[in-house]
Design a protein around this ligand. Structure first.
Ligand code: ARG
Length: 701
């Protein structure tokens, strides 16, 4: 026994499950037996007392969870950070623990109010005392971590808990003597798992699987080479024995009903204090500013969700609420994150929402110079579809060529600084590329309540759209097409072969003939099936008149390809009188530009199909430029490609029978996209009908 190791425990005289504050307590109210609890607690007490000194704190009536002394606070040397409980149900324990610590002569630190931290339940020293692992996500707030670093003068490593069942760090994570670690990885997010793997070498990581984890195997008390726990599987015992640990099991199921076991029932009050220490924490915090219809548009919720879902935390410093329906609100929010890279991830998403990072400091963008063609600096800012401005030499300048997934290159011309979106592959040695998140803002259209509801009206992604609603959207789109045509605007269509299979080809042809379409984008397949239908009356071997497959029809599309290859191109086939109808015939006849981007699965391909994908992307980008509307007809990949190249502000209509595709494409977070879940052939036929109605001369109507 080592008298120099001390633990604090509290006998379960007043223990019970009186309320539910974790999933273990659900269904267990008043279901624990105090006698059995006492017996089990004594079993644990005996084992610990055999190996260390046990101090006791007096149980208190009305505070059933006081037995879980791990949650009293976090001790290092003669300093303690007192717990600040998350749930009101346990807050009354704080003064009892505080008195005990003070009586023992500890220096007691107390966190600001409303900043929860649940002591050694959520903070565990590596057994060599080199650093402190601190959990957050359920009971303790990330923002408590810098206080721990400062008051205890240690390096704090923040770990984010993701599984409600493992709501305290000590329920799934147990550092052991000699740098070993017993833990349950699925309880953590991927960043935390990476951090653990960086600090603990593989041979020192003892991974517990779910059956052991739910028996609270990680909730263990480690004294030198002994590990005391509720229960362990044979394989876990072997694994531990293999690296020199002896498992002592002692049943604690009465306490499992409250969500605790061996470790929770103890607080180690002697922790090794290293002389050479560094108070560090990878934690960072920054202030951002948000402005707009923050409540009405749900922007503030989205922003706060971005922060917490991303693994960060926040404090709302100011909220200036607009009073009138039309007035905007502003908020200043302090964002914190467990590391620099998480901070940058969160901030760039907030910038997408229109937030400005560092509102006070007014910083210029940071740039790094490209050292190898086609390769950006590590930390380059990735662009979105939203109009973006960067601050250069004190001025905000608008990006040219806004698109998604590019880098920002900053340069000079005669008039001053310029900034443009640039694809990675187009970066040139010497280009100055924006890195980090300073001095970047996106300009979002204020979304007021009215606009939002109209967007919700148009969006058909949620479930199956009723026929009437499809009709309403079609009416809106027809009206819009009509308007764009009368203003000599530009409509681009991306179309998949389903347009042909569903009989929509004739309708699309009409839209082309009547001047509603200015460019057509697709792959090899739409052209092949359109031409097959024109030459042979089938689409992928299906008779389009009768809807049945034709014997030997599966060869038709190859024959169609072959015919066009012989002619030299689609246009040549039209010239030579070989191709006399169909979508592509009409494109050629009416000078509508088209671009066919190839793929690995293409048969043939047609001579017009661009098999060099970089050239195909450039061609798409050229045809999209200046578009007022893009109609996406049942082609997921071409539509996603087009979506990425298109800045916000271009109206997009996505039609697909698969709601998932529609959701994916319409969810650009901008008001201009409309999704319609329906058969594309049907959609096109409704659309031409509606256009006919609009075009009936006044007198006849
Ligand atoms: N019922 C207690 C609670 O939910 C159990 C505490 C367990 N303690 C621990 N260190 N994990 O707060």
């Amino acid at each position: 026994m080592s008298a120099s190791i001390r633990f604090l425990m509290c006998s379960p005289h007043h223990y019970d499950v009186d309320y539910v504050i974790n999933p273990w307590m659900e269904g267990n109210i008043h279901k624990s037996s105090r006698d059995r609890a006492l017996e089990q607690w004594q079993g644990l007490y005996q084992i610990i007392a055999d190996h260390a000194t046990v101090d006791l704190i007096k149980p208190q009536p009305g505070w059933p969870d006081l037995v879980f002394t791990a949650n009293a606070g976090l001790v290092l040397g003669d300093t303690v950070v007192l717990s600040r409980f998350f749930h009101p149900e346990r807050q009354g324990e704080e003064p009892h623990f505080k008195t005990w610590f003070e009586e023992q002569g500890f220096t007691v630190h107390e966190l600001p109010k409303d900043l929860p931290f649940e002591g050694a339940g959520d903070a565990l020293f590596d057994r060599e005392g080199r650093y402190l692992w601190a959990g957050y996500g359920f009971r303790s707030e990330l923002d408590s971590h810098p206080y721990l670093a400062e008051w205890l003068d240690v390096e704090v490593l923040s770990l984010r808990l993701m599984d409600e069942r493992f709501y305290h760090l000590d329920t799934c994570f147990c550092p052991l003597t000699d740098g070993y670690l017993l833990y349950y990885p699925p309880a953590f997010d991927s960043y935390s798992n990476r951090l653990i793997e960086l600090r603990v070498p593989p041979e020192k990581r003892i991974i517990v699987d779910e059956p052991d984890a739910v028996n609270f195997a990680c909730n263990a008390v480690n004294i030198n080479r002994i590990v005391i726990m509720n229960r362990a599987s044979d394989s876990l015992k072997q694994q531990l024995a293999h690296v020199g640990f002896q498992v002592l099991e002692t049943p604690l199921d009465e306490f499992l009903k409250a969500g605790g076991a061996a470790k929770c029932l103890t607080l180690r009050v002697t922790e090794p204090v290293l002389t050479e220490k560094v108070a560090t924490v990878a934690y960072e915090s920054r202030t951002i500013k948000l402005e707009g219809h923050l409540l009405d548009s749900g922007l503030i919720n989205r922003a706060l969700d971005v922060i917490t879902d991303g693994g960060g935390s926040f404090q709302v410093l100011n909220f200036d609420l607009g009073v009138q329906r039309q007035s905007t609100s502003r908020a200043e929010v302090r964002v914190s994150a467990p590391s620099h890279s998480i901070m940058e991830e969160i901030l760039s998403q907030l910038i997408d929402l229109g937030a400005i990072a560092n509102p006070r400091e007014d910083q210029d963008v940071a740039t790094e110079v490209v050292v190898k063609d086609g390769v950006g600096p590590d930390d380059f800012y990735v662009t979105t579809i939203y109009p973006t401005e960067v601050r250069v030499n004190g001025d905000w300048i608008r990006l040219q060529g806004q698109r998604m997934d590019g880098a920002i290159v900053v340069g000079e011309n005669a008039e001053g600084a310029i900034a443009r979106c640039c694809l990675l592959r187009d970066l040139k040695e010497g280009d100055r590329v924006v890195v980090g998140v300073d001095g970047i803002r996106t300009v979002r259209k204020a979304e007021a309540r009215d606009q939002r509801s109209s967007q919700e009206f148009s969006f058909m992604g949620a479930g199956v759209s009723s026929e009437r609603r499809v009709e309403l959207v079609v009416e809106q789109i027809a009206w819009e097409l009509q308007k764009i045509r009368s203003q000599n605007g530009k409509v681009v269509v991306t179309a998949g072969p389903v347009v042909i299979h569903t009989g929509g080809g004739v309708h699309l042809s009409r839209l082309i003939r009547e001047g509603y379409v200015q460019a057509l984008l697709g792959g090899n397949a739409i052209a092949v099936h359109d031409i097959e239908q024109s030459l042979m009356g089938t689409s992928l071997g299906m008779d389009m008149q009768r809807g049945i497959s034709v014997r030997g029809g599966h060869r038709h599309h190859l024959k169609a390809i072959n015919i066009i290859r012989r002619a030299g191109s689609i246009a040549a086939a039209v010239e030579q009188g070989i191709l006399t109808s169909g979508i592509f015939y009409d494109c050629v006849r009416h000078n509508v530009d088209f671009s066919l981007a190839g793929s690995i699965r293409d048969d043939g391909p047609l001579p017009d199909t661009q098999m060099d994908l970089i050239a195909a992307q450039a061609d798409y980008a050229r045809l999209i430029t200046g578009a007022d509307m893009i109609l996406m007809l049942s082609t997921m990949l071409h539509s996603i490609g087009v979506g990425n190249m298109t800045p916000a502000g271009v109206k997009m209509v996505c039609v697909d029978i698969n709601p998932a595709v529609v959701t994916k494409l319409s969810d650009r977070g901008s008001v201009e996209s409309v999704g319609v879940v329906t058969d594309v052939g049907l959609f096109l036929s409704l659309l031409v009908q509606q256009l006919d109605k609009l075009n009936v001369p006044q007198a006849v109507r």
